[in-house]
Write a protein that binds this ligand. Structure first.
Ligand code: FAD
Ligand code: NAD
Length: 447
């Protein structure tokens, strides 16, 4: 072991997704910084998650061949070459350390037998797929989104296990390229934590793309067969396929980080608890153990598993490490699923709302002139208001480009813009944004 004093940094960052941005900003601000990354500098989003999935969805919309789509995807992910991103880190003054980092003792992280001292530690280790407890699942061919988004093969028959964001996006991709897709979801509809109309519309859309949906049934066991595999379901049916794509959720990556040595409680479901400044919560013994200089950002915090949320926390952590107090506000974190059409939700969901009674109003996009122009018969927007305060607290939409035209509602929720002002906003004609106007007017009239 080297002496940690030989390799001492002001800040040590574990994990190079949002962590790489934190490291670069702090280095540019004059801190000595090391970034520890065990896989690719840049994290999951550019190589294994957001970018390849959005590239394939784009290719599917364009009607490209699978071969062309894979070639384009691999260009978008730079053939998993992180050298340019690592070079950017070096340019910013960050020392990149390759390997698995774990806390050896307060103030010291160990990577492959070498010790690194720190004053502030930032944990940004992301999340990992959950493999559901289905008997025999380890004995049949499976992929997680990692393999699905990096491999060149197009399975002939694919079971997608899970109807959350990953299951919906990947089902649409594979079905569009001709794979026989069967999606199995234990809940009664897709994206079950969102307003019910979202799952209903997406269900129709995926069926129209050619996917077979088995909703309200769980997978119970899997076995190999001569032609591939068989998945048995809780309703007594079975599905034969060549491969299962596991899309059954993700959990914060907290194992083997040595956090217990800092008195930081890391729950494998909920992740590292952070306060509004993104400082990790420590037990009383943790304060003595030096756990007070520990920050966390991104999926590992369990706050909101999206790149934009991780990037927001990046700014919060940087400010606070530099001594400029900044408090995070998560009232309006978008939840977008980039199928065609897009599912978009922000703020309070009517499914899990616990606060004051919500006042809801909605509008079907088919009634907008834009839908006529686009020859589009799908989609809806719903707005949820807090009557007492006269402001929006949540919204949901399914529609083409909803990720773009719902931004104004995201701002309205975050800024608590009064409904009386929102009803005075003029939308260009003909846009899907016009669908917001009747819903807003209805809410304002009911105040
Ligand atoms: C298929 C898919 C599609 C998605 N699409 C979108 C999308 O369109 N939009 C969106 O906003 N979000 C999307 N997400 C979610 C998004 O990818 C994550 O929210 C985001 O990557 C989280 O960033 P992060 O920095 O927390 O973690 P990550 O990007 O996972 O980075 C964590 C890094 O830490 C490294 N690491 C872990 N442990 C250690 C250790 N002990 N030592 C050293 N290094 C370590 C890992 O190797 C990894 O590189 C998608 C997710 C999936 C699975
Ligand atoms: N566009 C985006 O922003 C985007 C895209 C993909 C993923 N992500 C993020 O990545 C994370 C993981 O997404 P996900 O879709 O894997 O997780 P999820 O938790 O959102 O959905 C998993 C689904 O699988 C179902 N399920 C679990 N076990 C099952 C079983 N045995 N049988 C049948 N159904 C089962 C659950 O009921 C659930 O609906 C999410 O938090 C998501 O926000 C974001």
């Amino acid at each position: 072991m080297t002496d940690a004093q030989d390799k001492r940094y002001d800040v040590l960052v574990l994990g190079g997704g949002a962590g790489k941005n934190i490291a670069a900003d702090l280095a540019r601000a004059g801190r000595s910084v090391a970034l520890v990354e065990k896989r690719l500098v840049g994290g999951e989003c550019p190589y294994f998650a957001c970018m390849p999935s959005k590239s394939l969805l784009h290719s599917a919309r364009q009607g490209e061949t699978w071969e062309h789509a894979v070639a384009r995807r691999d260009e978008v992910t730079r053939h998993l070459d992180d050298a340019p991103t690592a070079a950017e880190m070096a340019e910013a003054g960050v020392t990149v350390v390759r390997g698995h980092g774990r806390v050896a003792r307060p103030g010291v992280v160990e990577v492959d037998g070498v010790e690194y001292g720190y004053t502030d530690l930032v944990i940004a280790t992301g999340s990992e797929p959950v493999v559901p407890g289905v008997e025999g699942i380890g004995d049949v061919p499976t992929w997680t989104s990692d393999e699905a988004l990096t491999r060149p093969e197009l399975p002939r028959r694919l079971i997608v296990l899970g109807g959350g964001p990953v299951g919906c996006e990947l089902s649409q991709i594979y079905a569009a390229f001709g794979t026989q897709v069967t999606l199995v979801e234990a809940a009664d509809r897709l994206l079950a934590s969102e307003a019910p109309f979202i799952g209903d519309v997406l269900g129709d859309v995926l069926r129209r793309t050619g996917a077979d949906l088995r909703l309200g049934v769980g997978a119970t066991s899997a076995e190999r067969t001569e032609t591939g595999l068989r998945l048995r379901l809780s309703d007594g049916n079975h599905i034969d396929a060549d491969r299962i794509l596991i899309a059954a959720g993700r959990r914060p990556r907290v194992a083997d980080l040595g956090l217990e040595r800092l008195g930081i409680e890391a729950d494998s479901e909920k992740g590292i608890a952070v306060d509004v400044t993104c400082k990790a919560a420590v037990t009383d013994s943790g304060v003595d153990a030096g756990g007070t200089n520990v920050w966390a950002a991104g999926d590992v915090t369990g706050v909101a598993p999206y790149t934009h949320a991780a990037n927001y926390q990046w700014r919060v952590v940087v400010s606070n490490v530099l001594g400029k107090r900044r408090e995070a506000d998560y009232r309006a974190v978008p939840r977008a699923v980039y199928t065609t059409p897009t599912a978009y939700a922000v703020g309070v969901s009517p499914v899990s709302a616990t606060g004051p009674e919500l006042m809801a109003a909605g509008y079907d996009l088919v009634n907008t002139p834009r839908a006529t122009v686009e020859n589009d018969d799908r989609g809806r927007v719903e707005l949820y208001a807090d009557r007492a305060r006269g402001v929006l607290v949540g919204a949901a939409a399914v529609g083409l480009y909803a990720e773009e035209w719902m931004s104004e509602i995201t701002l309205a929720i975050r800024a608590e813009t009064p409904l009386s002002i929102l009803t005075e906003v003029i939308h260009a004609f003909p846009t899907y944004g016009e669908a917001i106007e009747p819903a807003l007017r209805e809410l304002a009239e009911r105040l």
